[in-house]
Ligand binder design. Structure first.
Ligand code: URP
Ligand code: ZN
Ligand code: ZN
Length: 468
């Protein structure tokens, strides 16, 4: 008893063609035209629709304890929200608490994620450098199939690491073949700017971006890439927002360094006017790095980076907090929990503003949101519609129009940073592991149906002698 998806236009990175797709169990078992329908097979008519590989979100935080709160989507609601938006795999960040070992952190994350409705993996965060950290990193890669790490260069006093830790993480990652994902902002500079603003009585959310100017992101990106280069490590800079950090990435790439850059839809579509929304409404948009002003050219630079190949992927940094949770920082913007929802919006927003908007092709969208994350992070059975790959698929109607809203999304977030955005193109069906999990607005995602995906290391040290 399988599934046949008939007559759709399959879109992979770099190609599109019309084909029927045959699914048995969790796997795509056949592709071609006029495939026969087996007894008991369910048939889906995809004529006039695109059939895409299920998107991969390489950057999410489900039920993350952060800044005194826990982000509101857990692994069940967050992955279900993803499915409704065409995302069928996530890579969350395992962030062990203070004093907790990496392996204990991983155990905790494995327990929390057991209710996920779609497949998942983790990046392992290193938030301090201790005498056992190197060995634990090796064990995480060797024994647990986690082949990417995370360092935060910001959030001083909480998650931030110093350059010594950064240096050591890059060294062990290069030795073990893991990639290092980096939140690149100069956390000391941010902390000082925050204290100066608060001392001057500037306490509202509109001061959040003032405390984190693009220069601090550019400097940290340059520093992270330099430390990676010393060891031949592969760095992946997450949620890039500005020209300065893009230039640092571009310099490294053009000098032959193996490194990657990610941005998120909010940095392409929103600008810093959002922080002036009345009634503390600007708090909904508080995330780090911040949403940038329009007039400085950051948005255009990001769009160009996506089309010219300097940027490699688009994640969402899905990390929603409710309005009530955000009120923690009502008298002090530095205490507003950072983050917002986005996993459900990514495909429709990027199809509308990227593809229909003429910025890049649908094939490139698939590359940025599915095949590149799969390749970079070693999700071997994901990111393409092909025989032998996991049957994670999206049937997408390019003509349907709708409006994004917190009233209709499946996330538990009570606000949407894309509220009122008109979008073209709609996820009609999402197939997860060979089963229809979303069908024309009806969510049938199954608690616990997602699997942990163990990965293999591929990013072993590459020659550090790159051109100056
Ligand atoms: O503001 C953000 N981005 N919140 C989530 C944590 C992080 O820095 O990615
Ligand atoms: Zn971050
Ligand atoms: Zn994040």
């Amino acid at each position: 008893m399988g599934l046949v998806i008939r007559g759709g236009t399959v879109v992979n990175a770099g190609e599109r063609f019309t084909a029927d797709i045959e699914v048995e169990g969790r796997t795509i078992t056949g592709m071609g035209t006029g495939l026969p329908k087996g007894a008991g097979d369910t048939e889906i008519d995809a004529a006039g629709r695109f059939v895409l590989p299920g998107l991969i979100d390489p950057h999410v935080h489900m039920e993350l304890p952060f800044m005194g709160m826990v982000s509101i989507d857990d692994f069940e609601s967050g992955t279900a929200s993803g499915i409704a938006g065409g995302t069928t795999s996530i890579i969350d960040f395992c962030i062990p608490g203070a004093g907790m070992s990496l392996l204990d952190g991983l155990k905790l994350w494995r327990e929390r994620s057991a209710k996920a409705t779609s497949d998942y993996s983790f990046h392992m965060a290193i938030t301090h450098w201790g005498e056992h950290t190197a060995d634990e990193m090796r064990a995480v890669v060797r024994d647990h199939g986690i082949t990417s790490f995370k360092v935060f260069m910001a959030y001083k006093g909480a998650l931030m690491v110093d350059d010594h830790a950064l240096y050591q993480v890059m060294k062990v990652a290069a030795e073990t073949g893991a990639v290092v994902t980096v939140h690149a902002e100069n956390g000391d500079a941010v902390w000082n700017l925050q204290q100066e603003l608060l001392a001057a009585g500037h306490t509202g959310p509109e001061y959040h971006p003032v405390s984190r100017p693009s220069a601090v992101e550019g400097e940290a990106t340059e520093r992270a890439l330099t430390l990676a280069r010393l060891h031949g490590a592969t760095a992946y800079i997450v949620h890039m927002t500005c020209r300065e950090s893009l230039h640092a990435l571009e310099r490294a790439k053009l000098a032959g360094q193996k490194c990657y850059g990610e941005t998120c839809p909010q940095y392409l579509l929103l600008d810093d006017r959002v922080f002036n929304a009345p009634d503390f409404g600007g708090s909904a948009y508080v995330m780090s790095p911040p949403i940038r002003p329009l007039h400085l050219g950051h948005h255009d630079a990001l769009w160009s980076g996506l089309s010219n190949g300097m940027l490699d992927s688009i994640g969402t940094d899905h990390c929603p907090f409710t309005h009530e949770q955000k009120r923690m920082g009502v008298k002090d913007f530095t205490r507003i929990p950072n983050g917002a929802a986005g996993i459900e919006d990514r495909l429709a927003i990027l199809y509308t503003h990227g593809v229909v908007g003429g910025r890049f092709s649908l094939e490139r969208l698939v590359e940025l949101c599915a095949s590149a994350p799969a390749r970079i992070f070693g999700l071997d059975k994901k990111g393409a519609v092909a025989v032998g790959m996991d049957a994670d698929l999206v049937v997408f109607n390019p003509d349907a129009k709708s409006v994004r809203s917190a009233r209709t999304h499946f996330s538990k977030a009570d606000r949407s940073i894309f509220e009122g955005f008109d979008v073209q193109g709609k996820v009609e069906k999402t197939i997860v592991g060979g089963r229809v999990a979303f069908d024309n607005g009806k969510l049938m995602a199954e608690r616990g149906a997602g699997r942990f995906i163990a990965r293999k290391p591929t990013h072993f040290a590459h020659p550090p002698e790159v051109k100056a």
